[in-house]
Design a protein around this ligand. Structure first.
Ligand code: URA
Length: 241
């Protein structure tokens, strides 16, 4: 690494909250244990560093890295803005949808249209508020005409979702609809087969359920979603014990 690269590296580390370095190998072993952990600065002269998770600033770094993203073709297909994610960076519960729709594209916030209003009710049904949870999508830009995201778009965008999950470290993830469930679980099984079970996923319990937009068209499926949400509530309660 030359001098300029080292400066660039240290500048990036500073953005993550790193305020000191250590040559102590024991520190390196500790740091490597956790993704999303950052180093806490200690007073000058202190010989060791400790890790302090700061999910809010780590998420800001990811957002900065995304920038005005042009990594896939969606940036030139009419998207107005990137819809990164919203909510509590320390959330125990995270919802993952498919991709922003028209309302989300305008407001820059996931799940704010009709489906989003239903999602808010679903969240409130288990006595939580939108601000308590974190909400994101597999794809951060609106596909034209709300078409399904394409494979190259998913491949380009999903690492940012994975980083969000690894930073937030939710206890439970709800995958909303076939697309999110299939993408996260790397399967082509239909949502009807995927839901009703709990999956281990990146340190969380993952519950697939129907997408709120599907529920708007098929209100009778709300009963199954309620069952899924009761399971979510149980898992959250168990994790508190
Ligand atoms: N549908 C999604 O999957 N995500 C949104 O943000 C809005 C609608």
């Amino acid at each position: 690494m030359n001098r300029d690269q080292l400066i660039e590296h240290l500048r990036f580390a500073k953005e993550l909250g790193v305020t000191g370095v250590s040559r102590d190998p024991a520190w390196r072993a500790q740091r490597d244990k956790g993704v999303g952990s950052r180093l806490q600065i200690l007073p000058a002269g202190t010989q060791h560093l400790q890790t302090t998770p700061d999910p809010a600033s780590a998420l800001r770094v990811i957002r900065t890295d995304l920038g005005d993203c042009t990594r896939c073709k969606l940036h030139e297909q009419g998207r107005k803005q990137i819809v990164f994610g919203v909510g509590n960076p320390d959330a125990d519960l995270m919802f993952v949808g498919e991709a922003p729709g028209g309302d989300e594209d305008i407001q820059g916030i996931p799940f704010v249209g009709r489906a989003g209003q239903l999602l808010t009710k679903i969240i409130e049904a288990i006595n939580l508020k939108r601000e308590d949870v974190y909400i994101a999508n597999v794809i951060k830009c609106r596909p034209p005409g709300n078409r399904n995201p394409e494979q190259d778009e998913v491949a380009t965008c999903e690492p940012f979702l994975f980083q969000q999950i690894d930073i937030i470290k939710p206890k439970v993830i709800v995958a909303l609809g076939k697309f999110a469930a299939q993408t996260l679980l790397r399967t082509l099984d239909p949502i009807s087969r995927l839901r009703g079970r709990v999956y281990d996923y990146r340190g969380a319990k993952l519950i697939p359920t129907f997408h709120p937009a599907y529920l708007l068209r098929n209100p009778s499926s709300k009963r199954e979603v309620w069952e899924d949400m009761k399971l979510v509530r149980r898992l959250l309660q168990q994790s508190e014990i």
